[in-house]
Ligand binder design. Structure first.
Ligand code: NDP
Length: 504
């Protein structure tokens, strides 16, 4: 059965599910609910293709992935429309997501050889008779499990780098964005016709169980998961059955620190974009702001003015932000807003009434207790908490006082790098927001409850490989110590050498 074509109707043998447009609730696609047998077959086919793909070498893969990049560019608007129809995000947000994903693909295909090619390393004095080489070999099949909020950009952080490193991919998109996954695989199939015989990117659709089946499928070399921390734990547990390694990219509660010497207008603009764009459904979105007292009034005035201007899309026209892609997320946002206000927070933009059934107008709340759910839990909605702090030290202390550690933002004219170095997280933007995600050479990932492992950059390429070390003996040493033929004299000479070299 083709895994990129949706069946016409749901039957007992071939069950399907609908994907909906969050703006209207209308069905925009119907996709198979793939079972364990289908997933295992997809992995087995991808494993066979992986041999062909690896043998093509860096140059062969680069050429073909370059062709894919061109098709993605040519079909950018068409794909953006698919993203908009399944996420509800504004068309230009969908296009921005695609632009960034294409730039990452370009970086991965151009840099894979330089980062991963076989290289010689120094064997050291004791093993001077050896030629030592290190190669980064692909795992074979990478199982990619993606979320719905950036249904192209986020999984492509794994898919593009995994393919460039010589793996094939079986991709399980979110049940909210299966059509985007299918469209992405179609563009690759169009760009690389050989993939009809050698499936490079296979999409399996369905609910959580389909993802769980992928985690447990024999032959998966690594699972690259992006999603919530709770599901990340389940993925690790399932993958542990086969000792399948995992890359876990989870949620965050990213802080933005405004220092006394910050450009206040720029910091406020960044806070509003970072907190509200994509309706706040961004893993590295700004959720908490710590602003130093001396500049807090000016900052808040600018944030308030910026956030009040934002408009939510209607059915007929794009606004600044779309509806909530997952309607049930409004319950989380409502709970956080209500809790923050009941516990003394002051809403300066919007309030509890801003949270509708399917969309949320921007909300900014100040002076929110640090132990309220709006500060401690991921909100994933257009809610910005702004708390005043006496100084930068207190801002850093509060920024770090959460189990999450994904990204962070710092606004300071002189101390940006110093403050960044004190933050417990994987990525920091200084005097900009979310900039790190758009720089392909920079690794992306978190610590703590935000997960581990890295996509993007050289680390992201290596993440989809296993280092293979080879030591080749060039000539025999006069003193053989790794042989039953060794002599006491030989060992004393060796120990003497080490004493001279390392003992002083
Ligand atoms: P979920 O954790 O609900 O789902 C993520 C993916 O896992 C989906 O494809 C889902 O399928 C699948 N899944 C569900 N159950 C299982 C299971 N038992 N085994 C394997 N796979 C399973 O996350 P969301 O889709 O709601 O995405 C939002 C979350 O993603 C937020 O927490 C956000 O912060 C995080 N995120 C992190 C990013 C990062 O790079 N760190 C980037 C983007 C988002 P299904 O949809 O069918 O249930």
């Amino acid at each position: 059965m083709s895994v990129t074509e949706a069946p016409a109707a749901s039957t007992d043998e071939n069950p399907t599910f609908a994907s909906l447009d969050p703006r209207t609730g209308a069905e925009v696609g119907r996709h198979p609910i793939h079972d364990g047998a289908h997933v295992r077959a997809a992995v087995a086919a991808a494993a066979e293709a992986a041999t062909w793909w690896e043998e093509l070498g860096f140059a062969g893969r680069r050429k073909r992935l370059g062709a894919w990049r061109k098709v993605l560019v040519a079909q950018l608007d068409r794909l953006a429309e698919v993203i908009r129809s399944e996420t509800g995000k504004p068309f230009d947000d969908a296009r921005l997501e695609l632009v960034l994903a294409i730039d990452h693909l370009d970086w991965a295909l151009k840099n894979a050889e330089g980062v991963l090619k076989k290289r010689s390393v120094a064997p050291g004095l004791l093993m001077a008779n050896q030629a030592a080489t290190l190669a980064y070999r692909p795992f074979g099949v990478i199982g990619v499990i993606g979320p719905w909020n950036y249904p192209v950009f986020t999984p492509m952080g794994s898919i593009a780098y995994a393919l460039a490193a010589g793996n094939t991919v079986v991709f399980k998109p979110s049940e909210l964005t299966p059509g985007v996954g299918v469209a992405l695989a179609r563009t690759l199939a169009e760009a690389i016709p050989e993939s009809a015989a050698h499936p490079l990117l296979t999409v399996v659709t369905g609910f959580g169980q389909t993802g769980a089946d992928l985690c447990g499928a024999p032959g998966v070399g690594k699972i690259a998961f992006t999603g919530s921390t709770a599901t990340g734990r389940k993925v690790m547990a399932a993958a542990s059955q086969n000792l399948t390694p995992v890359l876990i990219e989870c949620g965050g509660k990213d802080p933005l620190i405004v220092a006394p010497d910050a450009d206040i207008t720029a910091a406020a603009d960044a806070a509003v974009w970072g907190g509200m764009s994509n309706a706040g459904q961004t893993c590295v979105g700004v959720e908490r702001v710590y602003v130093v007292d001396s500049v807090a009034d000016a900052f808040l005035a600018a944030v308030t003015a910026g956030a009040r201007k934002l408009r939510v899309s209607t059915v007929t026209a794009d606004g600044d932000i779309g509806p909530m892609t997952m309607p049930s997320q409004t319950d989380v946002v409502r709970r956080h807003v209500t809790d923050a206000i009941e516990r003394g927070g002051r809403a300066v933009v919007g309030g509890a009434d801003s949270v509708g059934e399917t969309s949320v107008d921007p909300v900014v709340i100040v002076d929110v207790p640090e132990d309220s759910s709006a500060v401690t839990e991921e909100t994933f909605g257009p809610l910005l908490v702004v708390n005043r702090v006496p100084d930068v030290d207190e801002a850093v202390r509060r920024a770090n006082a959460t189990g999450y550690g994904l990204g962070a933002t710092v606004f300071s004219d002189k101390d940006g790098d110093t403050i960044a170095a004190r933050l417990r997280c994987g990525m920091v933007s200084v005097n900009g927001v979310i900039s790190f995600a758009a720089i392909p050479a920079l690794p992306f990932g978190g610590v703590g409850d935000s997960g581990f492992g890295r996509i993007h950059g050289a680390d992201g390429l290596r993440e989809f490989t296993r280092p293979q070390a080879v030591a080749r003996q060039r000539f025999a040493l006069p003193i053989a110590v790794t042989s039953f033929q060794r002599t006491a004299r030989g060992m004393s000479a060796l120990v003497g050498l080490v004493r001279t070299r390392h003992g002083r």
